[in-house]
Structures are given as C-alpha cells and as structure tokens.
Design a protein around this ligand. Structure first.
Ligand SMILES: C[S@@+](CC[C@H](N)C(=O)[O-])C[C@H]1O[C@@H](n2cnc3c(N)ncnc32)[C@H](O)[C@@H]1O
Length: 434
C-alpha cells in the first residue's frame, strides 16, 4: 500500500553494502543482543547520505545504539535517548573507546577474583527462584560481587563494559527461553530443567569477556582517529526537547530512529532479569517505566484520541475496523499513534531548519487488520510541516521479533524508511499554533 505521491525505492542493503559491512555484529555491534535491532547498513546509508563529518545525529529511541555507533564510525557526533536504562548502558559501552591495556588488566583481575572464595552479596528480586536455579544464582551473584569489589579501582567506562558482559549472559543463565524475545519459560526449557541442565554462568561470562574484548579492540582501531563522541541519556522521546536543552545540547542536524513497533515488544518484560541483576531498577521503577514505554499493550489512563483519528483518515479507518473485532486492541493502536505524534512534535522542535528526519518502521497486522504504520506516520509528520523527501523499503532478515502466534497476528517482513525535511511544508496541525 502506498498512497503518497513519491516513488518507493526498493533496497537490499545487506547485499549492496557487503564490502563496507561484513556482518551485522562487526565492531561493537554484537556486544549485547537487543530485540528489534536495526541493521547497521540502514543507519550507515542514511547517515552518510544526509550528514557531513562532525555534524550531530540524534536517535531518540536509541535501543542498543546501532545508529550511534555507525554515526561515530563515520565521524559524526551522536546523541541517544531511551526509556530503558539497559539500552542506555549498552549504547554507551558500544560507543566508548577503552584503553586496551587497561581493559585487559581489569579483565585479568576479574578472572582472578572469580576464583577467590570471598563473601558474595546476596541478590534478590520477585520470582528469582522461578527464573534461576540455585547454583546459577550463586554463580551470577559471585560474578556481580567480583565486578562490584573492583569498582573503586576501575574507570567507569571499564566498569560499564564489565556490566554489559555480565548482562549479556543473564538470559542464557536463566530458565527463560533464549529463543523467545519475551521472558518466558517454554516447554522446551521445562524439559531441559527436568533433565538437570545447568547453564554454566562462569564459563559463559569468561567467554563473553573474551569476545567483547576482541570487539572493543576492533572498534577502537576503527574509531580512534575520528574524535567523534556519543552521549546517551535515559529519558522519554516525548520530552526530548527539554532533555537536550537541560544538557546544553543544540539542534540536531539529522534524526534517525527506529521506533518501537505497535503491540510487538514489551522491552521491560523482555529485559527485567537483566535490569534486576544489574540493579538498574526496582520492581516499582520498572512498573513506572513500562507505563511510559511506547508500543506496549497497556492502555492504562488512555482516554482515546478522536481528534487524531479524525485528522489522520487512514488511522480512523484502521481503528474502526479493529474496534469491531476487539475494542481494546483498537485503543492500543490509537494510543501508539497518539504517542508517536507527540514524539514527532518533539523531533521537529530539536531538528535544525532544513535538517532531515529518517524513521524506520514496520507495518503489522492487529486482529487481522493491516496497520500501515509508515503511511500514518507520513500523514502525522506532514501535518507538522515536515516534507516527505524519500520513501524506501528493505526486507527484514534479522530483527529478533516475536514469532507469529496465529494467522491474525502480524509478521513484520519489511522495513519502511521515510525521510522528511524540516521547514519545507506548511504546518496544518492546530497544535502548531499553540
Ligand atoms: C525498535 S527499538 C530500537 C532499536 C535500535 N534501533 C537498535 O538498533 O538497537 C525501540 C526502542 O524504543 C524504546 N522506547 C520505547 N518507548 C520509549 C519512550 N517513550 N522514550 C524513549 N524510548 C522509548 C525502547 O526501550 C526500545 O529500546
């Protein structure tokens, strides 16, 4: 479906960029898994096309930092924002060069510390015994205590690197199925547990240290001459203008982002084990952050947005169709776009005049009804005075997204890439006059 006047460019980025990007995990991209990661190819292509060296790139839904890393590798400075504290940590580590001698020395101390029988700090959180066996809990607590004991002697960037290595093994040390994005104990895992399977966190951790040190070395070789920087903030994309202002950051030359999908991924449900083990949030903080997270199934406190449904015709039609089948799902869709509109308003505020905004989205099916996300986004952005200048699509071949549960749930098969330019269209949205 494409009702816009602009022709669609069809891409196969992975094949076309085989020379410059050998695999999706190159440099520090593979340091930690993250659900619905963008492929680095898309980030590289569009950052290269729409920015010059030393310009400022912003990703307000930064996730694991794919865009920031690509920006830095191309000599652009970068700012990232995410509501998930784990995303902030991963993005920071991915884009922060480390003195390799110091890193290797710290790793040596950690490995030595793991072998010592010192007292271990007890870690506890809701349902810990459901998710982890007793021995895995002891091993994970030993790893965490060893890192914490060294903290005072470590540079923060090295301490954070170790935390990311630790976080990267938590899912595989638990009873949750690593093949499923949400934290879920599948029948396959239950059978493994009954067969006395033991995940071996110590070995996993040492392996992660080794692999990630190698990745960091590669990254440092590639980025050091660039002198570009990345800064990452924990925050809400719908408040990005005040966040940047508070931190003395000027306008972005380019915004590139892949927003959460509608109803496809609950990042706080998926990463709660990592967040708890790392002490990044308490259960109460997790609950509150989850409420601020865009794209979840929660419609708590949402009173509808009939103004938006009237303004954006396709959205009104889609919501009506879904509402006939399942009114709650219809509210989920409407809430998602209502939030995305707030986010787009903020992106418009922080983008320099004539700068570009690139959004990578996937269309999915809710209750069997196709929700053409990019078309709705185009209408909302154009109402803010942003002009669509490029429309493209690329086949999704590696995003770690939930499997199809039934024929009505949607597989997200292609990425739609929409690029807008600021300041070239007249704003028709009443909120522009406020
Ligand atoms: C599709 S992922 C981004 C993936 C990223 N491009 C990567 O390559 O890793 C969407 C991100 O949006 C974040 N998010 C959801 N609601 C948010 C909000 N209100 N403000 C900022 N970030 C939010 C999620 O935590 C998630 O990390």
């Amino acid at each position: 479906m494409n009702n816009t006047a602009i022709a669609v460019k069809e891409h196969d980025f992975k094949s076309a960029m085989r020379e410059s990007i050998p695999n999706v995990d190159y440099a520090t991209h593979g340091i930690h898994s993250y659900t619905a990661k963008l492929i680095p190819h898309i980030a590289r292509h569009y950052i290269g096309l729409y920015t010059k060296r030393d310009e400022l790139v912003l990703d307000p839904f930064v996730g694991s930092g794919t865009t920031l890393l690509e920006a830095n590798l191309l000599g652009r400075n970068a700012i990232g924002v995410d509501i998930n504290p784990l995303a902030k940590l991963i993005s920071e580590v991915k884009t922060t060069p480390i003195d390799i001698i110091m890193l290797e020395c710290a790793v040596e101390h950690v490995v030595k510390g793991l072998a010592e029988t010192k007292p271990v700090d007890h870690v506890n959180f809701p349902n810990i015994d459901y998710w982890f066996g007793e021995k895995a809990q002891k091993d994970l607590a030993r790893i965490k205590s060893t890192i914490e004991a060294l903290r005072v002697d470590l540079e923060p960037r090295i301490y954070n690197f170790l935390l990311v290595c630790f976080s990267s093994i938590i899912r595989r040390s638990s009873y949750a199925d690593p093949r499923i994005a949400k934290t879920y104990k599948s029948k396959r895992m239950v059978r493994k547990i009954e067969d006395n399977w033991y995940p071996r966190p110590m070995e996993l951790f040492k392996y992660a240290l080794d692999r990630n040190c190698g990745r960091m070395k590669n990254f440092c070789k590639m980025v050091n001459a660039n002198h570009s920087y990345a800064r990452v903030f924990h925050g809400d994309a719908r408040e990005v203008s005040s966040l940047l202002q508070r931190n003395g950051i000027g306008k972005a030359d380019f915004i590139i982002t892949s927003p959460p999908y509608i109803n496809a991924q609950d990042y706080f449900r998926s990463y709660k084990l990592e967040l708890y083990w790392l002490g990044l949030c308490t259960p109460e903080q997790l609950r509150l952050l989850r409420q601020k997270s865009i794209g979840t199934e929660s419609i708590l406190g949402f009173k509808g947005d009939s103004e938006l449904e009237d303004q954006v015709e396709i959205l009104g039609t889609v919501c009506q169709k879904i509402s006939k089948i399942n009114p709650t799902k219809s509210s989920i869709v409407c809430k998602y776009f209502s939030n995305m509109r707030l986010a787009i308003e903020e992106f418009n505020k922080v983008l320099r005049e004539d700068g570009h905004l690139c959004m990578v989205t996937g269309s999915n099916r809710i209750c069997g009804v196709l929700v053409p996300t990019y078309e709705i986004i185009v209408q909302m952005a154009e109402a803010r005075g942003l002009k669509l200048v490029e429309l493209a699509k690329d086949k999704i071949r590696n995003r770690r997204l939930p499997p199809v549960r039934n024929h009505k749930a949607g597989v997200i098969q292609e990425e739609w890439i929409t690029v807008f330019q600021k300041g070239t269209n007249e704003c028709t949205d009443s909120s522009c006059r406020n």
